[in-house]
Write a protein that binds this ligand. Structure first.
Ligand SMILES: Nc1nc2c(c(=O)[nH]1)N[C@H]1C(S)=C(S)[C@@H](COP(=O)(O)OP(=O)(O)OC[C@H]3O[C@@H](n4cnc5c(=O)[nH]c(N)nc54)[C@H](O)[C@@H]3O)O[C@H]1N2
Ligand SMILES: Nc1nc2c(c(=O)[nH]1)N[C@H]1C(S)=C(S)[C@@H](COP(=O)(O)OP(=O)(O)OC[C@H]3O[C@@H](n4cnc5c(=O)[nH]c(N)nc54)[C@H](O)[C@@H]3O)O[C@H]1N2
Ligand SMILES: [Mo]
Length: 780
């Protein structure tokens, strides 16, 4: 493996004498999630960001019926009643982060070379504030210098026109992008002639999309918030809801209050699996009254969910022998196919294998199965703990298998409900960001937009990185996000980006991806979601789609951070016109009034008929989903059981399965602080959570320094040094630590053969006390 270290990676823990290094602390957290802890954290944060006046005002306008902007924090749907302050600690932080008073202007870039900035921490970079001017990299001075929008677009246009094939460029989307900009972006790529449209979804829910598509003929969940309100049982798998989808806490607490059962399945018992104080319930807040959010916690080994789910299915089928109601035979016969093969496989899978692969005792699996059998209506909800594995697709299909057994589909209070990540990642896919677009989508697009879209598949995230590394792709456009840090194999990805002829980053804040750049590089600053977007026809709103397929408008109301910012649709149109001077697409006309984009989308996208009217309804509209109506667009026209064998997920002796995850105080690559409140951690990110016995086996105690070495499928190794070990309630053989830092350990070639997703929750590592092993010599 390469040993080129880029300053970009924080492969090593910062040295002890680095400034601002407070002593790490670890004190297990015993309070309810959210509540006053969250309120305190918010006020401290707002004070620090000097947003005490604007912050709360903005928050009142967030996620509100009618006017207001959609919280860019996560994709959890808005409270349907539209009356309460449906907000959360992390949403407030996220919004305030965008509204900071700090600015990164031309003077800043003149004062700091890129080489110097490369030695800054990621947190320091983003803390500098909002970008204000378009900037272009000047190799002579190693600085970014101002460039006019016109010249910036001309540079992009010229470079793209000079490529000998449109496939030499790749167009990344991070899931923030509104639907209208998304539509223009994919239109630009396809009019240029490529489906190279990698997105962050390639790293989060690709597995869910593919599994649901194959099983049910839809790429999305079918349950919505109303269903959550009436379900009898909720199964929550592989999500840290208190930190990453905090508004789910409200649904969990309300479910508990009405007597529904909640089962959490996670190697870690996360804060959402204990108790919560609902932040907008003022009485509960005042009385410190908390509500339990769990009836049962099950801790499988990392990657052990599929075996656990199969065990539940085995118990359901066994139960059906004495209690026919356990199995919904009528549903199975009428709507599904593949049941006999599935039942045979489940019956042939011995309990010993299920226990060994799941790491959960049969008696505990039976408890979960009991909850399932006793509930008339069940929802299964999951996130990255399920998807970022080799067998992510099979596991999501096993969830569907289990739902089908009891007819938990197409009726109120039941169904699959994946928790999406970025606030509009689901909308991005709906509106065309797909490197494997269905032919019917391309046919409609061709007709609505009078273009000849390319028909062959394009590159996803991993394949784009490999192609840049080989020199086959030479232009990278990043529509938001922080690709250099978010993608796997930090060193390899950095090399890949550096080999580009041109890298273009459309961003709101300074980040690592601006410093890991191609021969030519542009930073194009855009409006944030909270800001007023004024175009020729007046104030513009953009639409977004949440986790549960609700599409609604988001209207920014803050004064833009700088008069030089452009909206994302305007930036895309500027690049498109420069690259396609003779294009018949009315790029400029579209940007004058986003209703015009929506009119075209209404013709191009299924389910968007009458888009402009319906999106203005008080809560927007729900995209119709055939699977919800028991119409299955699968090969068989039925819901399909799958019958995949159980994967072997038990690590070899001495090896730990490492899952990389977020702390409470971060938003993907944006780190707010080094604290992780609900896990009891202060002032520390370079850590590894381990089972206490696994620590003793290695002679480790709290905060001992360790080197962590991963071994990839191709045998190559990667290491990080001087991380601190923390004993934690996690099954033996499992370990956890933080992304994006630990992307250093994720090999580029280690992605799922089922979903092409990098195996970010499934890294084989060895852990040794620092300074005692090969880890010292292993390359970065
Ligand atoms: N505040 C905040 N909100 C966010 C984000 C953020 O960074 N900050 N990111 C957004 C994005 S883009 C996304 S995709 C989502 C991510 O939301 P999550 O999926 O919650 O993200 P992670 O922090 O990666 O946490 C994964 C969870 O999976 C568990 N896990 C790990 N391995 C396994 C396993 O094998 N099986 C099971 N059952 N569980 C496992 C971990 O213990 C952890 O609780 O959140 C979104 N919301
Ligand atoms: N090891 C490991 N790696 C992971 C994961 C993991 O669990 N483990 N999770 C993966 C997942 S699920 C995801 S989604 C990716 C996240 O990958 P990305 O989406 O690429 O990363 P973010 O950190 O969300 O991007 C932050 C940047 O977005 C820009 N930005 C913010 N708001 C806007 C806006 O409104 N418009 C524009 N144009 N730019 C804006 C800012 O400049 C900010 O610096 O990371 C993936 N990487
Ligand atoms: Mo994500």
């Amino acid at each position: 493996m390469t040993d080129q270290r880029t300053p970009a990676q924080s492969a090593d823990a910062p040295s002890e004498n680095a400034p601002d290094r407070r002593a790490p602390e670890f004190r297990p957290y015993h309070h309810p999630a959210a509540g006053w802890g969250a309120a305190k954290s918010v006020s401290r944060f707002l004070l620090r960001e000097r947003e005490f006046v604007d912050g709360p005002r903005a928050v009142q306008r967030m996620n509100h019926e009618g006017e207001g902007f959609d919280c860019p924090g996560c994709a959890w749907p808005d409270d349907l009643k539209g009356l309460r302050l449906d907000i959360c600690e992390n949403g407030i932080k996220h919004v305030s982060w965008e509204m900071t008073h700090h600015r990164v202007g031309p003077e800043f870039f003149a004062a700091h070379t890129v080489t110097e900035l490369s030695s800054w921490s990621d947190e320091q970079l983003e803390r500098q504030g909002r970008l204000t001017h378009p900037m272009s990299y000047d190799p002579d001075t190693d600085t970014y210098v101002p460039i006019s929008w016109k010249d910036a677009f001309a540079l992009v246009g010229r470079t793209l026109r000079e490529l000998d094939s449109p496939h030499r460029a790749t167009y990344y989307t991070s899931g923030r992008l509104g639907n209208e900009a998304t539509f223009l972006y994919q239109l630009m790529a396809r009019e240029l002639g490529t489906n190279n449209l990698p997105d962050c979804s390639n790293m989060c829910h690709e597995a869910s999309g593919r599994a649901l598509q194959a099983a049910l003929g839809t790429g999305k969940g079918t349950a919505d918030l109303k269903d959550w309100e009436v379900a009898d049982a909720l199964f929550i798998l592989g999500v840290n809801a208190a930190s990453n989808a905090p508004r789910m806490l409200t649904s969990l607490a309300e479910a508990h209050k009405r007597g529904a059962k909640i089962v959490h399945i996670n190697p870690l018992v996360e804060a959402a699996a204990t108790r919560t104080i609902i932040p907008h319930d003022f009485v509960d807040m005042a009385l410190f009254r908390s509500t339990p959010t769990s009836s049962l916690n099950i801790q499988p080994r990392i990657g052990g969910d599929m075996a656990l789910l199969r065990g539940m299915a085995k118990a359901v089928l066994a139960e059906a022998e004495t209690d026919p109601k356990a199995l919904d035979r009528e549903f199975v016969e009428r709507y599904t196919t593949g049941f006999d093969a599935y039942r045979a496989l489940v019956e042939a899978t011995p309990w010993e294998e299920i226990e060994r692969q799941s790491g959960v005792a049969r008696a505990d699996i039976a408890k979960a199965a009991r909850v399932y059998c006793e509930a008339d209506r069940s929802i299964f909800s999951w996130c990255l703990g399920i998807t970022q594995h080799e067998h992510g697709v099979d596991t999501v299909r096993e969830i569907v298998n289990l739902l089908l057994l009891r007819g938990n589909l197409g009726r109120e209070g039941a169904g699959p409900s994946p928790v999406r990540g970025h606030s509009n990642v689901q909308g991005n896919r709906t509106c065309g960001i797909d490197h494997r677009p269905p032919q019917e989508f391309l046919d409609r697009l061709a007709k609505a937009c009078a273009i000849e879209p390319p028909r062959e598949h394009g590159l996803d995230t991993v394949r784009s990185i490999e192609a840049m590394h080989r020199g086959e792709v030479t232009v990278f456009v990043g529509m938001g996000g922080n690709f250099a840090l978010a993608a796997p194999d930090t060193a390899y990805t950095s090399e890949a980006l550096r080999r580009c002829e041109l890298t273009v980053q459309v961003s709101t804040k300074l980040n690592r991806s601006h410093l890991v750049h191609g021969r030519r590089a542009l930073i194009l600053p855009c409006l944030g979601r909270t800001e007023k977007d004024l175009q020729k026809a007046g104030k513009q709103a953009t639409s977004v789609e949440d986790s549960m397929s609700m599409v609604h408008l988001s209207l920014g109301m803050k004064r833009p951070a700088s008069p030089h910012l452009l909206s994302e649709p305007a930036i895309i149109a500027g690049m498109a016109r420069a690259a396609l001077p003779d294009s018949d697409t009315p790029w400029e006309w579209y940007v004058e009034d986003y209703d015009r984009i929506r009119d075209t989308m209404a013709r191009a996208l299924e389910g968007f008929e009458d888009f402009n009217r319906r999106v203005r309804l008080p809560l927007g509209f729900r995209i119709k989903q055939p699977a919800r109506e028991l119409v299955f667009r699968t090969a068989s026209g039925r819901a399909e059981f799958s019958a995949a064998g159980l994967p072997d997920v038990v690590p070899a002796d001495g090896v730990l399965k490492l899952g990389t995850m977020r702390s409470h105080d971060q938003w993907n690559t944006t780190i707010y602080s080094d604290d992780d409140r609900y896990r009891g951690i202060k002032n520390l990110r370079t850590l590894i959570f381990m089972n206490a016995q696994d620590m003793r086996d290695r002679g480790l105690t709290l905060f001992d320094e360790v080197d962590i070495t991963s071994t990839a499928r191709d045998g190559s190794t990667r290491s990080v040094h001087r991380y601190k070990a923390v004993p934690y309630d996690i099954p033996r053989g499992c370990a956890a630590g933080y992304m994006p830092e630990l992307n250093v350990l994720c090999a580029i070639g280690d992605y799922s053969t089922q979903s092409d997703q990098p195996l970010m929750k499934n890294v084989d590592v060895t852990v040794r006390p620092s300074g005692t092993g090969d880890g010292d010599r292993a390359a970065g």
